[in-house]
Design a protein around this ligand. Structure first.
Ligand SMILES: [Zn+2]
Length: 234
């Protein structure tokens, strides 16, 4: 086999690993982002529930204040009742007292609802804090590791490319260009082999004379269908 073919086969071995590592350069940052996103979502959910709980407690305070104010009025009116002289005034004041008492009973119902909500919100907040802690722990445990892996993969790719390019320096420019296009466009397989008289890249039948040429390996033979470079074995 001519040296050019041997060189191309070696280059493809590097390109195979580069291809695998290229996938990692996408996957690893995605993993890291997904951990960061989980924590962010969890933080937001916790903050939202916290502000709902604050709002709920504020509402409860306001209603308690309303009830207290109404009670003060009721006491005052009840004392006034004792000093009232006309029946009409008595009725009016009594009706006002009834109105305030009814109002307080309504506010009390609202308070009960708010307290039920408060207990639900606290339960939810506990669960969300638990999730938040898990997300934070998971990010802490993996962030540094993933960042290191990302850097290492990038460095590995650089090293592999340098090694591949070092091999390529002895090849004609046109051959390097063609090889590069095949790696890029043909699923990172530029060099394929004769697999029972068919191209192992695309399955196209190899003519007997071409098969002999491939076996001799004295020249660069391209598959007549997919254009990949054919060798007898890899
Ligand atoms: Zn082919």
């Amino acid at each position: 086999m001519i040296k050019q073919l041997e060189t191309l086969i070696k280059m493809q071995k590097f390109d195979k690993v580069i291809g695998e590592k290229n996938i990692l350069t996408k996957e690893l940052p995605q993993q890291l982002n997904s951990l960061k996103q989980s924590l962010k979502n969890s933080n937001e959910a916790t903050e939202l529930t916290k502000s709902e709980l604050d709002e709920n407690l504020k509402d409860q305070k306001l209603r308690e204040l309303d009830i207290a104010n109404n009670n003060t009025k009721i006491t005052k009116y009840k004392n006034q009742l004792l000093t009232i002289e006309t029946n009409k005034e008595y009725k009016a004041l009594n009706s006002e007292i009834n109105h305030l008492e009814k109002k307080n009973s309504e506010i009390d119902d609202e308070l009960i609802h708010l307290m039920e909500d408060e207990s639900e919100l606290k339960k939810r907040l506990d669960e969300e804090r638990e999730t938040q802690k898990k997300a934070s722990d998971e990010l802490k445990a993996n962030e540094e590791k993933l960042e290191k892996e990302i850097q290492e993969v990038q460095k590995d790719i650089e090293d592999l490319k340098n090694k591949r390019n070092f091999l390529a320096k002895d090849l004609p420019r046109e051959l390097i260009r063609r090889y590069g296009m095949l790696i890029k466009n043909k699923n990172r397989k530029a060099i394929v082999f004769n697999d029972n008289n068919a191209c192992s890249g695309c399955g196209y039948t190899i003519r007997p004379q071409v098969a002999i040429d491939i076996k001799e390996g004295n020249s660069i033979i391209y598959c007549e269908s997919c254009g990949r470079i054919l060798v007898s074995h890899l």
